[in-house]
Design a protein around this ligand. Sequence first.
Ligand SMILES: Nc1ncnc2c1ncn2[C@@H]1O[C@H](COP(=O)(O)OP(=O)(O)OP(=O)(O)O)[C@@H](O)[C@H]1O
Ligand SMILES: [Mg+2]
Length: 319
Amino acid sequence: MIQLSEVSKTFPVRQKTGRLRRGRTLVTAVDKIGFEVSPGEFVGYLGPNGAGKSTTIKMLTGILSPSSGRVRVAGLDPSRRRTELALRLGVVFGQRTTLWWDLPLRDSFALIRHLYKVDQRRFAARLAELTELLDLGPFLGTPVRQLSLGQRMRGDLTAALLHSPALLVLDEPTIGLDVVSKATVREFLARINAEEGTTVLLTTHDLGDIERLCRRVMVIDHGRVAFDGTLDELRATAPADRTLIVDLAGDGVLAGLPDGVRLVRREGPRSWLAVPPDVSAASVVADVARACDVADIALREPDIEDVVTRLYRGSPAPA
Ligand SMILES: Nc1ncnc2c1ncn2[C@@H]1O[C@H](COP(=O)(O)OP(=O)(O)OP(=O)(O)O)[C@@H](O)[C@H]1O
Ligand SMILES: [Mg+2]
């Protein structure tokens, strides 16, 4: 579905080199990146700000052409065959809408039907299906400018999927959404992938999206693929601290912390301890229980956020 090999993208930027002189330098946004995505996959595309995620997505959709290398999406060269590709591709940019600002949602969809030449009957059936899944009914007649962010995003997802594309590319679709809207969007994406076999490439800073949805994760940093594998493999690659939550009985004082274990937070009788990957949690529990009067202890595994942060920083994994 997606094939990238040795793909780079550089942007010329003007830079002040002296008081009056201006020079031009090249910024490398994507640096000889290569990967493939097979039909039906659900892939998370992660990386810190400025890593090159949006630039990659713009090359996949044909908005930008690569400076070098080869891009194929659904077998097509996106920058040369953008119109044909559009029929097989749905794109959602969380930061901006593809809908017409002044038109009711329903009218935007009707325009999209014309653009994609979807026949009337298929369109009606598809819209009914998406309306039900995303609960669009109450605001189909509302102009887009009056929609809340979560409603608009549901509208944008519908717009991207009305023509039943084989590939859906999403650039931060849950940005700014509240917990409930996020859950709706995630559940919807999981369904589209599972039931329709739609291939999904998802860029997000919300690691909850990733944990819920992506079987495969790619992490890019400085325009290069820093990791490509499953979420479990990612966790193993960059082990992070686990958290031990200790509740003391009465107003005792926490004591007996072994080397390497840090107290990160304290609230009344409750303390949060960071346990590094090379320290056994069982021994920490035993030491703490021996030294003080403990009412309760819980251990929390590192979440994916900690893991990815470690990977970005390039901290070496302990042996
Ligand atoms: N049109 C452009 N002109 C010049 N530089 C650009 C342009 N677009 C992107 N860049 C630069 O390319 C790099 C990668 O940008 P990109 O938008 O792809 O990052 P990103 O991974 O999407 O980041 P974010 O998480 O902030 O959205 C950045 O250094 C950015 O400043
Ligand atoms: Mg971006």
